[in-house]
Design a protein around this ligand. Sequence first.
Ligand code: AMP
Length: 219
Amino acid sequence: MPTYVVLLGAPGAGKGTQAKRLSQALGLPHISSGDIFRENLKNQTELGELARQYMERGELVPDDVTIAMIRERLSRPDCAPGAILDGFPRTPAQAEALDKMLHDFGGQMDVVLYIKVSQQALIDRLAGRWMCRAHGHIYHERYNPPKQPGICDVDGSELYQRDDDKAETVKHRIEVYQRQTAPLIAYYRERGLLVDVDGEQPIDAVTAALLAAVPQRAE
Ligand code: AMP
């Protein structure tokens, strides 16, 4: 049976950073809906053009488009052993669609890891966040700086600040999270799938806590 792990948390909670680490530790692909949209934007695809108008305003891309995109991604061969999902689901309709698609793929959700961070810390983190052009590796100018300013430690590509990390957009993204995504916490808690992790610990301690919460599957 494939292993599916979902990372839940507000923008800036550390989902992307932690998903990359879990992906390496567990040998499962990291599927980030935000990264897929940014890739499409960069390549000026039709999907990218559609997503742009929503992303620029800090709104969510419509469910039908996002669900179809994730279904296609999860159906590829590299996801046969499962996946680490980062940024999806973000609405109740997406959560229900995900249950259905995992069932179709012969699996089910193993665990939903909820990374909890206070509102002030989120704003602080997003304002100082830098991302690499090549693969979306994530840094913070104070909390997780690259060895050389402006250059990715992993692949040497240029670091940039996301357009939607601007102060006004950040505030709106957090409101959108509270309204549309936070209800998923109760949804998954009721199903006994949610594990809470304190996201304000040092990065390595958060990774250890997340890994400890992933059920070990017998081979
Ligand atoms: P992220 O990198 O996860 O913060 O996502 C960046 C932006 O992409 C979001 O603000 C949304 O506009 C869009 N996006 C990412 N994931 C989703 C999703 N699951 N549903 C709708 N929109 C999304």
